[in-house]
Design a protein around this ligand. Structure first.
Ligand code: HEC
Ligand code: HEC
Ligand code: HEC
Ligand code: HEC
Length: 179
């Protein structure tokens, strides 16, 4: 065997050896436990605080809003896209159901008891959902934008769309914008 090939083989063996030693230190302990990723990453993600709830959960207390939404053009938009994450809100009102709610006509559904909603029971801010009436809020999706497909979301020119000083929700109820 020519001498230079022997040297190449030795150099190659050294590099492979270094690779395996470095790998021992660099690969995280739980890598490969479940698949080609770090096993601990699953545990870390599972331990994060919950923020969102199922849309069905909202429906259990807001059936009328949900029915209205389902009847019109915003039906494919999840409540939490417009109102923010609902986990805290949901937990709070589940625990305080009796103070705020009465049974609705269907089984397992409740509705906000408007007669009992007096200023004497203050709900801390962190448990409220957001509900923006600002034009900017609707325009996040509906502002004329050449990069957005007109077929997916209808767009408007804000300088040329009816009364430019009026809030959109005055003319388009957000849960049934086309009604
Ligand atoms: C396209 C955005 C959008 C979606 C989707 C949406 N909402 Fe709303 N919602 C609004 C806005 C904006 C207001 C505030 C309207 C106002 O104050 O005039 C509102 C108001 C409310 C209110 C308070 C007053 C009322 O009208 O009863 C409740 C409760 C509510 N929404 C529940 C829901 C639930 C439950 C869903 C999902 C089934 C949902 N919303 C989906 C935009 C939305
Ligand atoms: C256990 C019952 C319950 C569930 C579940 C629930 N809500 Fe509510 N929600 C209420 C009550 C009660 C009020 C009225 C509170 C008030 O006016 O002070 C309310 C009020 C609201 C409002 C008006 C703004 C506010 O916070 O006062 C919006 C918007 C809303 N809910 C959206 C949602 C969405 C979206 C979901 C699902 C993620 C949801 N709710 C789940 C009971 C519930
Ligand atoms: C998350 C994105 C999103 C937000 C926020 C949003 N919309 Fe929409 N909107 C849609 C989609 C998607 C449709 C259904 C497709 C279409 O018709 O454009 C729609 C449909 C509509 C339509 C019916 C268009 C038609 O076909 O005639 C109106 C009107 C409308 N929205 C007004 C509003 C108003 C007012 C607000 C603010 C309260 C709002 N939208 C917030 C995404 C959004
Ligand atoms: C003074 C009432 C009024 C206000 C305010 C208003 N609109 Fe409209 N909008 C209408 C009417 C009426 C139509 C239906 C006729 C048409 O398509 O032009 C319409 C149509 C639409 C459409 C469907 C357009 C299409 O191509 O079919 C969208 C999306 C829309 N509006 C969004 C908005 C948004 C977002 C705002 C707030 C920035 C807003 N509108 C404010 C009256 C209003």
């Amino acid at each position: 065997m020519p001498q230079q090939v022997v040297r190449l083989i030795i150099a190659f063996a050294i590099f492979v050896g270094i690779f395996f030693i470095a790998r021992m230190f660099l690969v995280p302990a739980t890598f490969g436990e479940f698949g080609h990723y770090r096993g601990n990453s699953l545990r870390e993600i599972a331990a994060l605080p919950v923020k969102y709830v199922d849309k069905k959960t909202c429906t259990g207390c807001h059936m009328h809003n949900a029915n209205l939404l389902a009847s019109d053009d915003h039906k494919n938009i999840n409540c939490q896209i417009c109102h923010g994450p609902g986990y805290k809100h949901n937990s709070y009102f589940e625990q305080n159901r009796d103070k705020f709610m009465v049974r609705d006509s269907l089984p397992d559904t409740w509705k906000v008891d408007s007669t009992r909603l007096t200023a004497s029971i203050a709900v801390p801010d962190e448990f409220h959902m957001t509900r923006s009436q600002e034009r900017e809020f609707c325009l996040k999706c509906h502002l004329l934008n050449a990069a957005r497909k007109e077929k997916t979301v209808k767009q408007i020119d804000i300088n040329d769309h009816y009364d430019i000083n009026k809030r959109c929700v005055k003319c388009h109820p957000p849960h049934a914008p086309n009604s």
